[in-house]
Design a protein around this ligand. Structure first.
Ligand code: AGP
Length: 615
């Protein structure tokens, strides 16, 4: 995700834009930039770092002008640095553009434009788009308006975008467009605003138009707001009146970033698969590990190294890789691995999993593994992060910034990438039949939609939370690939509601934890339809026999567990290997509601940091 702000009107554009970018930093904060037109020149200032760093950089620059565009970046293509920051300019410097999204076919477009003489300064997909617009505007047979050139260019683009384009030769217009990434138009008195959400404009106007997918907007003080589709159909803008407060707006209408990020998961899982999975072509492609695919295929052992929630994702990865790719897997706590003087061989592949890409223990562990000759693969969410830069190869999770300290969408995105990786390696090794491969691809593509239906359980889960919010302890049980989900559910509850919770393999209960069961102990169980279902039902009966309270996650249509559990949450049927992607979310919602009812600080729980960069 990135943050976009643009302005055309009677005020100093820079003041509006820089303030708006600060409000959008939750969308991305690795670099920022502005393009300001003062009717004489188009001035572009951009640099790596936060918006405050840009502000310092611009301190002595010309910031005049009543039209401008601004951007705060969450890198997806090209590491965070000055040259990859937005705005990006056309080769002739006549146009500048800011972009939020991913252009999947940028490499093909870049190749074509390079052959036509375009030279690129950055590694970004965004720069390709502004060169394409320039190419169409400059070299079309008939003379085109910038609006037309943008429309034609967007017909050649595959992917997601929210863009704003400014024209050096016509400082009275802004062109904006969106597809899959949000863009809001603010309509003021003699002024227009554009932003990724309404927070930068809410103090100036309550009248907004939410651009729809495939729409292009032309904003001009002379002709006002005009909207067309990329197919060239006129659209009548529908003006909403904003009711939300600034604080709520920053969280997209949610009370907390954590809840917003839980609800973003259908989109973030979709984004982590974007351009990497095509069931119709029986294709999984992870470009970031292409050069090392053979190395992974030949690996004698995979060693997952991570901390916390990312370690739980590694445990899910163990089940995925051993089942689909038949490669032995070890999952290591980074803090233990780095001090144990482990035996590491050159045909070992170490896979580091980290949302922040800055966790000190994980960083130290892979440095050690690299020194011992292992190949290092990264699965990170922050492009250009320390861990991602240390690895030999890797795949970004593309979950977008995760602000809530308790990891939610990053976890399901990590599991999604691990699933894609295991499928790709298993297919290459021939350890998975084509039929199972294709069936899993189709099922994986259906997960975002199935997750939408899981999210409709929210009110049911809130009721369950109110029943158990005063518990002192809780037990989470799961078998097989759902054992890590039990661990993750327990971690979520303890880290944001401060209730002591433990995750266990369900069969382990009788080896000790069953002594804890009484009517005060809620036991959360993943009891979905799979090979271990009957055994899990027995475990539930063991708990009930000791007056324990059972809250079960079950497959929609289940009848047996419904009869014996105190509460249940029904999730859609999916392949047993993909259940973690669905079963995790009820536990996320449960811990969220319990924490809110206990008046805990959900987004910044006590004693915790979003990224543990100290040992
Ligand atoms: C999970 O909710 C916690 N925020 C924490 O366990 C986190 O997963 C761990 O610190 C690892 O962080 P990383 O993924 O950024 O490396």
């Amino acid at each position: 995700m990135c943050g976009i702000v643009a302005y055309i009107g009677k005020q100093t554009a820079y003041d509006i834009i820089i303030k708006g970018l600060k409000r959008l930093e939750y969308r991305g904060y690795d670099s920022a930039g502005v393009a300001l037109h003062n009717s004489k020149s188009l001035n572009v200032y951009k640099k790596k770092g936060k918006v405050a760093d840009l502000e310092t950089f611009i301190d002595d620059k010309d910031i005049s002008g009543s039209i401008g565009i601004g951007h705060t970046r969450w890198a997806t293509h090209g590491p965070p640095n000055d040259i990859n920051s937005h705005p990006h300019q056309s080769g002739n410097k006549d146009f500048a553009l800011v972009h939020n999204g991913i252009i999947e076919n940028y490499a093909v477009l870049k190749e074509e434009l390079t052959q036509r003489g375009h030279q690129f300064l950055s590694d970004t997909d965004t720069e390709v788009l502004i060169h394409l617009i320039e190419e169409i505007y400059t070299n079309s047979k008939k003379s085109l308006t910038l609006f037309e050139a943008v429309r034609i260019a967007l017909n050649e683009v595959i992917g997601a975008y929210a863009i704003v384009v400014i024209n050096k030769n016509n400082p009275n217009e802004l062109i904006a467009a969106r597809k899959s990434s949000p863009l809001v138009v603010g309509i003021g008195e003699g002024e227009f605003f554009l932003a990724s959400d309404a927070t930068p404009m809410v103090e100036f106007t309550k009248n907004v138009v939410y651009l729809e997918d495939g729409e292009i907007a032309h904003l001009s003080l002379e002709t006002g707001l005009k909207i067309k589709t990329v197919a060239n159909q006129e659209k009548t803008p529908y003006i909403h009146e904003l009711e939300m407060h600034l604080e709520t707006l920053e969280k997209g209408g949610f009370d907390h970033f954590m809840l917003k990020e839980i609800y973003e998961q259908p989109q973030s899982i979709h984004d982590s698969m974007r351009g990497r999975l095509r069931s119709s072509k029986s294709m999984v492609s992870l470009g970031g590990i292409k050069d090392y695919e053979e190395k992974i295929v030949q690996a004698k052992r995979l060693i997952f190294v991570a901390c916390g929630t990312s370690w739980h994702a590694g445990l899910v990865g163990e089940y995925l890789f051993e089942d689909l790719a038949r490669i032995p897997v070890e999952v290591e706590y980074a803090s233990e691995f780095r001090y144990r003087n482990p035996i590491i061989n050159e045909d070992d592949v170490v896979i580091a999993i980290s949302q922040s890409g800055e966790t000190a223990d994980t960083l130290a562990a892979i440095k050690m593994a690299k020194e011992k000759g292992a190949t290092i693969v990264g699965i990170c969410n922050v492009v250009g992060s320390s861990i991602s830069r240390l690895t030999d190869c890797g795949s970004y999770t593309h979950a977008g910034p995760e602000i809530g300290v308790a990891s939610t969408k990053a976890f399901t995105a990590q599991v999604t990438v691990l699933t894609l990786m295991a499928l790709m390696i298993g297919k290459k090794k021939g350890t998975i039949t084509n039929q199972r491969f294709n069936r899993l691809l189709v099922e994986l593509e259906s997960i975002p939609e199935k997750l939408e239906s899981v999210l409709t359980l929210d009110s049911v889960i809130k009721k369950i939370a109110s029943t158990y919010k005063d518990s002192s302890n809780a037990l989470y049980l799961g078998r097989g690939i759902n054992f890590p989900v039990a661990l993750e559910g327990a971690l979520k509850l303890k880290e944001i509601s401060y209730i002591h919770a433990e995750g266990y393999p369900a069969a382990e209960m009788k080896h000790g934890p069953i002594a804890l069961i009484d009517e005060e102990m809620p036991v959360f169980v993943i009891a979905t339809q799979d090979t271990s279902y009957e055994k899990v039902v027995s475990n539930i009966q063991e708990v009930k026999a000791r007056k324990g309270k059972v809250i079960a996650i079950i497959t929609k249509g289940d009848k047996d567990v419904k009869e014996i559990a105190d509460h249940y949450m029904e999730i859609p049927l999916t392949d047993s290997l993909l259940v973690p992607l669905l079963a995790t979310v009820p536990f996320q919602l449960l811990s969220y509601h319990v924490a809110v009812m206990r008046e805990c600080n959900v987004d910044q729980p006590r004693n915790l940091a979003k990224s543990v960069t100290v040992e």
